[in-house]
Design a protein around this ligand. Structure first.
Ligand SMILES: Nc1nc2c(ncn2[C@@H]2O[C@H](COP(=O)(O)OP(=O)(O)OP(=O)(O)O)[C@@H](O)[C@H]2O)c(=O)[nH]1
Ligand SMILES: [Mg+2]
Length: 346
């Protein structure tokens, strides 16, 4: 999963990047686009790995792309370049400043920044949609395509994000390659002073985020970046001092998985214990394709053990002996925590 950290200058994107990745990139004005990858912590993988003692243990990964804000512009905005950079991200994380930054003019105003960001994305999408529509009409393209673009135009003119159009109302397959920003899943990170890290997100702000189809979490990026530098054993005590139970990364991952409707399934063995990430509702054959295209092509069946069943019985053999091994066909809907063994023939 690729997540782009976006937002206005000085909102704390690089600090959030450091907090998530545990890296130590210099913060402050400007800088370059940076990439960092983190493992998705998963206790289930830890336990499976302890049982199988595999040569390799592989966690799911999330990569973050830190895009610098536009500095020195007359009005607060996103540059064309940064809009371009965030187009190829699977999801956007908008970092909103909710702390006093002496280097910037004006008080923090997250709701206003959210609207400004939303408006810029709507305008950028409208430009793409209108250009495509004009050409499609001229070329007398497929009427279904024209209708879809008209629908998108109308949605954007009402200042609603494209993500508000349900899957049944728009063929997303057709939109691949257009890089439409308001169709990307949006996660809002409210970046706060350390004293307010644990404060709930105001109700009105939540309502507005709901209208925009965005998920949200609050964090204090500067403190979390310091915590990320500590030994794991010390981290819990520091979080506790802030009134938090979990690190920002753990909360972020849960929020992102929820927003993107992602689940994990596992493959196990002496060589490798590994987590795979797919969308909820993915069928067994498609999930097999995540592992290798041969497994999708030559799919015969999947042998499935739910994680809980495996832990209850303690081994694959014990699961089989109890008659609990599930033999599933290509249309089986993979569940979170399934241990999958794909039988295939190519
Ligand atoms: N008090 C406080 N300061 C923060 C927090 N997050 C970031 N800062 C400070 O705000 C300043 C800007 O942070 P950056 O992370 O560089 O902001 P940015 O969004 O990456 O900025 P650009 O890349 O220039 O757009 C730095 O001095 C940070 O130390 C926070 O949660 N609380
Ligand atoms: Mg930065």
């Amino acid at each position: 999963m690729k997540i782009g950290l976006v937002g206005f200058a000085g909102s704390g994107k690089t600090t959030v990047f450091n907090a998530m990745t545990g890296l130590d990139v210099p913060v402050g004005f400007g800088g370059e686009v940076r990439l960092g990858t983190v493992k998705v912590p998963d206790e289930r993988i830890d336990r499976l790995s302890a049982i199988f003692s595999p040569k390799k243990t592989i966690y799911a990964e999330i990569s973050f792309c830190d895009v610098p804000g536009e500095h020195g512009a007359e009005k607060k905005g996103l540059s064309r370049k940064s809009l371009q950079q965030i187009r190829d991200q699977q999801a956007l994380c908008l970092v909103l400043r909710d702390f006093a930054n002496p280097a910037l003019e004006g008080d923090a105003d997250p709701p206003a920044d959210l609207e400004a960001f939303h408006t810029e994305c709507v305008l950028a999408d409208l430009e793409i949609v209108e250009r495509r529509l004009e050409r499609a009409r001229k070329e007398r393209s497929d009427p279904a395509e024209i209708a879809a673009f008209e629908k998108m135009q109308a949605t954007l003119e009402e200042e609603r994000p494209l993500r508000s159009i349900p899957p049944s109302g728009l063929d997303r397959q057709m939109l691949r390659g257009y890089g439409l920003l308001t169709d990307r899943p949006l996660l809002v990170a409210l970046n706060r002073d350390e004293t307010r890290a644990a404060e709930p997100i105001p109700e009105r702000f939540r309502t507005r985020l709901g209208e925009l189809g965005a998920a949200a979490l609050a964090l204090s990026a500067s403190v979390e970046a310091e915590i990320a530098d500590l030994e794991p054993s010390d981290q819990a005590a520091f979080l506790d001092d802030l009134g938090l139970e979990e690190s920002a990364l753990a909360r972020f991952i849960r929020t992102a998985y929820g927003l993107l409707d992602l689940i994990s399934f596992f493959t196990v063995g002496e060589d490798e214990v590994r987590a795979w990430t797919v969308r909820r509702g993915t069928h067994a054959r498609e999930a097999a394709g995540e592992i290798h295209s041969d497994l999708e092509r030559g799919f015969i069946r999947a042998e499935v053990i739910p994680y809980a069943t495996f832990m209850e019985r303690g081994s694959e053999q014990a699961v089989k002996d109890a008659g609990l091994l599930q033999i599933e066909g290509k249309d089986y809907v993979v569940q979170d925590g399934d241990i999958l063994h794909v039988r295939f023939n190519v």
